[in-house]
Design a protein around this ligand. Structure first.
Ligand SMILES: [Zn+2]
Length: 441
């Protein structure tokens, strides 16, 4: 067996189904995959010459985080609009976006800034919905981050100015260009039932089904959205999506804050995935998603940060801590959600939603070598009785020292190796005045 990389002396949090944790553990990586998992003392049988060896003493080795809902291009507008409910907030942000995002290069720049932030914080896979998704994919390939994205559907025309017909063409083109690449997840992504009509959503479902791709949409985020759909179609968001054939195991619904018991049953019956975005829901005052009810019904609940305008950063560690905390208070039950369940939301559940459970989401034999090292030498990491509760309740994005994706070293000693961060930052600074001025155009 050829070995390219050995990580040894790690505290291994596998995130596998059994929540296995191994002390003084080691893994061997060959090519893109994990080829052996065991204890460091067993390494002498697997220690070929000329193999890079990384000593992970004082570090947790765990799978890279899977962020199932983001809009990386929105980093360009971080902090631009504050203190408004979703609907007014969107209308305001869209004024600036309509000017700035006419230039596809700006979408790419925003994606690069977002990827830099996510990679340095230990996210290795993300589902991203943004204008000009072709730019997102190109930037993701350069950054080395694993991307799930697809054609946006938005009526009558979105920030990129495309017609409804062009959107279907664009969605087909993305599948034609990248659908055969098993390292890229391609799908279709209508913005929401209030911004894309039934015909657009039906088309998006058909295209996703045609290629076996995923389908993702914002759903039941606010009370106003539910009322809008009730006024327009005399039904609720989830029932409408069900009527349009949009609920399936390849579907991931973002938010699902305002759903009734029957809608939860509909999602469960269709094995639909949900992505929970606690910071966005809190900051936009959308409400508390009933994720413990959903989990009790067997729904696969994943975790996301949403874009940097609804949560101001894309910190999966903060998302984990919020998810693990707010539902205890909302349910007045300290055991409403466990740290193990929360960690799975940020890892294995995301892999399942992408139909990639055999490839991602845990440190196991023959999975992709997507893993991170988390420094546990700081004062906030001592004493450590349970590594999983440390990761959920005490760890921070700044603790991530190294990131590997498909065995490739992407972040080394907290330095991003794949993108020129200072160049990205200079270009963001140059663009900033135009972002602000566009609000008044
Ligand atoms: Zn969103």
């Amino acid at each position: 067996m050829s070995t390219d990389l050995i990580i040894k002396n790690a505290l291994l949090v596998t995130c596998d189904q059994r929540h296995s944790v191994l002390e003084d553990a080691a893994i061997l990586v060959s090519g893109n995959n994990i080829k052996w998992v065991g204890f460091s003392r067993e390494l002498e049988n697997h220690n070929p010459a000329n193999t890079e060896i990384i000593d992970a003493t004082g570090k947790i080795l765990m799978p890279g985080l899977i962020n199932m809902h983001s809009h990386c291009g929105d980093t360009l507008f971080r902090g631009l609009v504050e203190n408004l409910p979703l609907e007014q907030w969107l209308q305001t942000v869209w004024k600036s976006q309509a000017v700035i995002l006419r230039n596809a290069e700006n979408c790419r720049l925003g994606a690069e800034l977002g990827f830099a932030e996510l990679l340095l914080g230990g996210t290795t896979t993300l589902m991203d919905q943004y204008w000009h998704p072709d730019q997102t994919i190109t930037a993701a390939l350069d950054a080395g981050i694993r991307i799930a994205t697809g054609g946006i559907f938005f009526d009558p025309h979105g920030m990129d100015g495309y017609s409804i017909d062009h959107r279907a063409t664009q969605a087909h083109e993305l599948f034609a260009r990248h659908g055969g690449n098993e390292e890229i997840f391609v799908g279709t992504m209508p913005h929401g039932t209030y911004t894309a009509g039934p015909d657009s959503i039906r088309t998006a479902v058909e295209i996703a089904n045609q290629y076996g791709g995923f389908f993702s949409i914002h759903a039941a985020e606010t009370k106003v959205e539910q009322q809008t759909i009730r006024d327009r179609y005399q039904t609720s968001v989830i029932r409408l999506l069900n009527d349009l054939g949009a609920l399936s195991p390849r579907t991931t619904l973002a938010h699902c804050v305002h759903v009734d018991d029957e809608e939860i049953d509909l999602m469960a019956a269709n094995k639909t995935n949900v992505v929970h975005n606690p910071l966005s829901n809190l900051k936009l005052a959308s409400g508390f998603a009933p994720i413990t009810k959903m989990m009790a019904k067997g729904i696969n609940v994943t975790l996301g940060t949403d874009g940097a305008i609804s949560g101001n950063d894309m910190d999966m560690w903060f998302a984990m801590r919020l998810a693990a905390t707010i539902h205890k208070a909302a349910n007045e039950n300290p055991s409403a959600i466990s740290s193990h369940e929360t960690l799975h939301m940020a890892t294995l559940n995301g892999a399942r939603a992408l139909a990639a459970e055999d490839m991602l989401g845990s440190i196991e034999l023959n999975k992709r070598a997507d893993f991170i090292l988390v420094d546990i030498t700081g004062p906030h990491a001592m004493p450590m009785f349970d590594p999983v509760s440390h990761l959920v309740f005490s760890a921070a994005k700044s603790d991530v020292s190294d990131v590997f994706i498909s065995g490739r070293h992407i972040v080394k000693d907290r330095n991003l190796l794949t993108l020129n961060l200072s160049d990205i930052q200079n270009r963001i600074t140059e663009l900033q005045p135009a972002v602000k001025a566009a609000l008044d155009e």
